[in-house]
Ligand binder design. Structure first.
Ligand SMILES: *Cc1c(COP(=O)(O)O)cnc(C)c1O
Length: 411
């Protein structure tokens, strides 16, 4: 969609506001399915935690996607969006056995990444098929917090513990229907991914009755000009060949599954803010916008880069600005950026604001969470209203401090 259309949305709906372009989401979905078009059975399960608005989930349902969920609430959200239980896979980490049982009761696919839980679950529910999350100990990922496949990671069951998995399966007679890995966000090197896949194939051979192999996600998208991105087409070609050969060896057409979040929604999103003030100090010019890390925490949390564009003045001369928010502690969105001249009241657009942006927003400083808009069929659809004071106060319990202390009960 065009910047002029974004500007109109900021004028019509106010700011801060998130805008998602449905066409871009569809484009990415088709790009990925197309890269794996030579796989007989392909399943994409959109990772809900990246952007969990129910209308976004419904869009994925329309595209034929399943969903990947990490909490019982995401499972329930998926069901509310109309996904059938078979279209939902539950891939939690560190949740209680009872939460996994609750998900199993709802009929969704279960993915277990802990030996103790596997043994308990298999003992109690030997008839419920289970997928196993393997940790191949491959270092991928752009940032220590999102690299989840390395040796010290809390995710997955170590490949060195396969003998123990096999013993549990043998003892409980449980049915393993899938093998899974997710090595973390921001895969830079396809060879590393393929190497991890080999480990997964080796593991899969040890289980005789699989339905699917889930290769997780971690596809990198470009956040700025010149950024490396995962070459999906090349990965598709190479992994397809390898996967199809494996299926022949295995003697069954397995489903190849992925669970991308960022790849599908990141670039569809724009975050729009108004500039409250331009503030000149001795060393820099700050542009202060009507938002902060309460609404978009990635720059402060991960040091992530989001391009920032002045869509009110696209032809203005470029100057250097540090773009900050209105939170009462440091909340820098972008340091020393070259941006078209900013005047107070201008609309700044943050690019790549589809994944892990709204879904990580909070009410810090008692601010309202932003509205969300889906641009679909050349029209702006509100898919979440901006919060109000009622939302801030909801669930808060006010104590009446005017009542007198009760007399102590007599002994
Ligand atoms: C977060 C997560 C994903 C999605 O990762 P992206 O980098 O957003 O594609 C996929 N699978 C699991 C298990 C996850 O926790």
């Amino acid at each position: 969609m065009l910047d002029s259309q974004l500007l109109k949305i900021a004028e019509d709906f106010g700011s801060p506001v998130y805008v998602y372009d449905a066409e871009k989401i569809e484009f990415q979905y088709h790009r990925l399915t197309n890269a794996f078009k030579n796989v007989k059975k392909l399943k994409l399960n959109y990772a809900v935690k990246a952007l969990s608005n129910i209308s976004i989930l419904k869009l994925f349902k329309k595209l034929g996607s399943g969903i990947d969920t990490v909490s019982i609430q995401e499972v329930q959200l998926g069901l509310a969006a109309g996904f059938s239980p078979e279209q939902i896979i539950f891939t939690p980490n560190g949740v209680s056995l009872s939460e996994i049982e609750e998900a199993a009761k709802l009929g969704v696919k279960i993915n277990i990444d802990n030996l103790s839980i596997l043994e308990q679950f298999g003992t109690k529910h030997p008839n419920v098929p289970v997928c196993i999350r393997i940790n191949p100990h491959v270092m991928a990922g752009g940032n220590a917090n999102i690299s989840v496949g390395h040796i010290d990671s809390k995710f997955g069951i170590s490949i060195h513990q396969i003998p123990h998995i096999l013993r549990i399966v043998e003892n409980t007679k449980m049915h393993i229907n899938g093998i899974h890995m997710h090595t973390g966000s921001d895969i830079l090197d396809i060879e590393v991914f393929l190497y991890a896949s080999e480990i997964l194939f080796e593991t899969a051979k040890q289980f005789k009755d699989l339905d699917f192999i889930d290769f997780g996600s971690g596809f990198k998208v470009p956040y700025k000009a010149g950024d490396i991105e995962t070459n999906i087409e090349e990965l598709g070609e190479k992994l397809t060949t390898r996967f199809n050969n494996f299926c022949k060896e295995y003697g069954k057409d397995l489903t190849l599954a992925f669970e991308p979040g960022k790849f599908l929604v990141s670039e569809s999103g724009s975050f729009l803010t108004h500039v409250n003030a331009v503030k000149q100090t001795t060393s820099t010019v700050f542009a202060q916008v009507d938002s902060g890390f309460n609404h978009l925490i990635r720059p402060m949390l991960y040091g992530s880069h989001h391009d920032i564009v002045n869509i009110s003045n696209p032809n203005g001369r470029e100057r250097f600005y540090t773009v900050v928010g209105y939170i009462c502690e440091t909340d820098t969105f972008g340091n020393n950026r070259r941006i078209n001249e900013i005047n107070e009241g201008d609309v700044l657009c943050f690019r790549n604001a589809g994944a892990y942006c709204f879904s990580m927003a909070s009410n810090y400083n008692s601010r309202f969470k932003p509205a969300e808009i889906l641009w679909y069929n050349n029209e702006a659809h509100v898919i979440r209203e901006r919060e109000t004071m009622e939302d801030i106060l909801k669930n808060q319990v006010q104590i009446d401090f005017s009542t007198k202390k009760k007399a102590a009960a007599a002994k």
